[in-house]
Design a protein around this ligand. Structure first.
Ligand code: GLC
Ligand code: MG
Length: 536
C-alpha cells in the first residue's frame, strides 16, 4: 500500500520517527573485570541494541569524574574517564554505532562541574583569579549566613563556605558540583567549545543535564516556602523555587547551545532535561523553536496510571505544544523508580505499548525492556550520595541503576567481577537471553512494537486522536494519510468492555489472535493492550 502525502506532519528527521535508548554506562556491560561497565562493553552490546529496533543511544556521562555523583560531576569535558575507556574507544563507539544505523547522543552537563575541575580549582584559589567569576561566588550575609535560603537538590544548603577566600559558592546539587556562572561570556564560550569538540567527533546530539538549574536570580532573592511540603518529601521541595530555578534567562543560554549544534548540520539533536509543569516545559522549545528539539516530557512518570488522567495529560500536552514542535515521551531513566515497580509487571507491558504508540519520540531506559524492577540495596552497598545525605526517604537512585541482566551466568553476564551495585535476585529468569528465546516475553513485545513502529508511519509520524477513556480502557487513533490504526489499552487488572470500530488486530500484549476482526461491543482482558488497523 502506498501512503499518500496528506498528513499534517512535518517532513521526517530521524529523531522524529526514531526511538532513543538510554544507556547508563556504569551498569550496561563491563569488559575489563572491574565491576563497572565501560565503552568496550557498550560496543560489545551494540548488536543487541540495534536488534531491539531503536534508532539512537544516549549514553550517560563517561567523562573524567571523581564520581561523587557517578559521572554527573565532570572534571574534564573533553576526555573519557579511564574507567570507561579512552577517546579512541569512544571513537569506535561512534563508528560501530553508526555502522549499525544507530545515532549517538552524549550527556552534556553544563550546570555544574566537579569541584576537581581545573576551572574550579583556579576559581577558588583566590578572589582575583581570572576564573573567579566562572562560578557563582557571593559574600555571606552580615550575620555570616548563606546568601539565600536555597536548598540543594540532594539535601542541605545550596551554598558552601570556602574559608580560604571567605565567600560562599553555589551548588544546585552536591557541594562537589559547583554551579558554573552562565552569565559569564567566557563560560558560555568554553562550554560551546565542549559541544563542538564532540560534534566534530561525530556525535549526533546531546541530552542536556539539569538545564532548568542553569541560571539563578541575579538579585539572590529567597525562595518562598512551599505550602504543600511535608516531612518525608525531598528537602529541596521545601521551597517554591521561583528564584533559584527555571529563570527566563535560561532560554537565551539554550538558544546559544542550539546555534552551536546547528553549525554541524540539520539533523543533530538537542534534548533538554527539565522536570517542569507542562506550561513551563513547552517554553523550552524556545522562541521560533530555536531551543531544544525535544525538552524531555517526564509527565507519564508522575501521572496517575488510569485512562482519565493519561488521556487528559496527552490532550493537555498536545494542546500546549508550540506550533511545529515535536512531542516526546519518557517512562523511565536512571533517576526515577522503574516502570515495573511503579505499575507492576503486567502493566509494564501495556505501558510499553503506550510509549511506543503515542505521538512523539519515545525514550527507553536500559533494562525496562526486560521488565527489570527496582532492586533493594543493602545499607552497606549504598552508593548514591542523595540516599547518603537524605537517608530512608526512598530518594536514592541505586535501585534503578543496578547492572543490566544479560543471562543467567555469574553476575548476569554483566561482569566477571562483583558489580559495583548488587544484582537483582531475579536475574536467572529476568534476563535478555531467556527472554529472547520466549515469544511471550516483554522483550519480544518491545521488539515487535519497535518493528511495527518502524514499519508504520502512522505510529511514528501520524496524527493522534483520542477515542475512548473509560474506568479501565484508554483507546486512541493514529493516522497517516489513509492509514488508520487503533490502539486499545486496559490500564487495569480488571476485565472491561468497549465499543470498538471495525478493525483487524496487528499486535497484542497478550494472547489475542493476530488478524482477528473486531467490531462493536467487545471484551478486553485485564492488562490487555492491542493495536489494530481500521477496516478500509
Ligand atoms: C540530572 C541527572 C542526575 C544527576 C543530576 C545532577 O538530574 O539525571 O542523575 O544527579 O542531574 O547532575
Ligand atoms: Mg569496566
Amino acid at each position: 500500500m502506498t501512503v499518500s502525502n496528506v498528513s499534517s506532519t512535518p517532513p521526517s528527521l530521524w529523531w522524529r520517527s526514531g526511538a532513543i535508548y538510554q544507556i547508563y554506562p556504569r551498569s550496561f556491560q563491563d569488559s575489563d573485570g572491574d565491576g563497572v561497565g565501560d565503552l568496550e562493553g557498550i560496543i560489545a552490546r551494540l548488536d543487541y541494541v540495534a536488534d531491539l529496533g531503536v534508532d539512537a543511544i544516549w549514553i550517560s556521562p563517561v567523562f573524567p569524574s571523581p564520581m561523587a555523583d557517578f559521572g554527573y560531576d565532570v572534571s574534564d569535558y573533553v576526555a573519557i574517564d579511564p574507567m570507561f575507556g579512552s577517546l579512541a574507544t569512544f571513537d569506535r563507539v561512534v563508528s560501530e554505532a553508526h555502522r549499525r544505523g544507530l545515532k549517538v547522543i552524549l550527556d552534556y552537563v553544563p550546570n555544574h562541574t566537579s569541584d576537581r575541575h581545573p576551572w574550579f580549582i583556579e576559581s577558588r584559589s583566590s578572589r582575583d583569579n581570572p576564573k573567579r567569576d566562572w562560578y557563582v561566588w557571593r559574600d555571606a550575609k552580615p550575620d555570616g549566613a548563606a546568601p539565600t535560603n536555597w536548598v540543594s537538590e540532594f539535601g542541605g544548603g545550596a551554598w558552601s563556605w570556602d574559608a580560604p577566600t571567605a565567600q560562599f559558592y553555589y551548588h544546585a546539587f552536591l557541594r562537589e558540583q559547583p554551579d558554573l556562572n552562565w552569565r559569564n561570556p567566557e563560560v558560555v564560550a568554553a562550554m560551546h567549545d565542549v559541544l563542538r569538540f564532540w560534534l566534530a567527533r561525530g556525535v549526533d546530539g546531546f541530552r542536556v543535564d539539569a538545564v532548568h538549574h542553569l541560571i539563578e536570580d541575579a538579585d539572590l532573592t529567597d525562595d518562598p516556602p512551599n505550602p504543600l511540603w511535608r516531612e518525608g518529601m525531598a528537602p529541596a521541595r521545601r521551597f517554591l523555587r521561583l528564584h533559584s530555578m527555571d529563570r527566563p534567562e535560561v532560554h537565551d543560554a539554550i538558544a546559544g547551545m542550539r546555534a552551536v549544534v546547528d553549525e554541524y548540520g540539520g539533523d543533530r539533536l538537542l534534548i533538554g532535561e527539565a522536570y517542569l509543569p507542562l506550561d513551563r516545559l513547552v517554553l523550552y522549545y524556545g522562541g521560533d523553536l530555536k531551543g531544544f528539539h525535544l525538552p524531555f516530557n517526564f509527565h507519564l512518570i508522575t501521572t496517575p496510571w488510569n485512562p482519565t488522567a493519561i488521556t487528559a495529560l496527552v490532550d493537555a500536552y498536545e494542546a500546549k505544544l508550540p506550533h511545529g514542535a515535536w512531542p516526546n515521551w519518557v517512562l523511565g531513566n536512571h533517576d526515577r523508580s522503574r516502570l515495573a515497580s511503579r505499575i507492576g509487571d503486567d502493566q509494564a507491558r501495556v505501558a510499553a505499548m503506550l510509549l511506543l504508540t503515542l505521538r512523539g519520540t519515545p525514550t527507553l531506559y536500559q533494562g525496562d525492556e526486560i521488565g527489570m524492577g527496582d532492586v533493594p540495596i543493602p545499607a552497606d552497598r549504598i552508593q548514591d550520595p542523595w540516599e547518603k545525605n537524605v537517608p530512608g526517604l526512598g530518594l536514592g537512585r541505586d535501585p534503578v541503576r543496578t547492572p543490566m541482566q544479560w543471562d543467567a551466568s555469574d553476575n548476569a553476564g554483566f561482569s566477571s567481577a562483583e558489580p559495583w551495585l548488587p544484582l537483582s535476585r531475579d536475574f536467572a529468569e529476568v534476563n535478555v537471553a531467556a527472554q529472547s528465546a520466549a515469544p511471550g516475553s516483554i522483550l519480544s513485545l518491545y521488539r515487535a512494537l519497535l518493528a511495527l513502529r518502524r514499519a508504520e508511519p502512522a505510529l511514528s509520524l501520524g496524527d493522534y486522536a483520542p477515542l475512548i477513556a473509560t474506568e479501565e480502557v484508554l483507546a486512541y487513533e493514529r493516522r497517516f494519510g489513509p492509514r488508520r490504526l487503533l490502539i486499545v489499552l486496559n490500564l487495569t487488572g480488571r476485565p472491561a468492555r468497549i465499543e470498538a470500530p471495525h478493525s483487524r488486530v496487528l499486535l497484542s500484549t497478550g494472547s489475542r489472535r493476530l488478524g482477528e476482526e473486531i467490531a462493536g461491543t467487545m471484551a478486553i482482558a485485564p492488562n490487555e493492550g492491542f493495536i489494530a488497523e481500521f477496516a478500509p
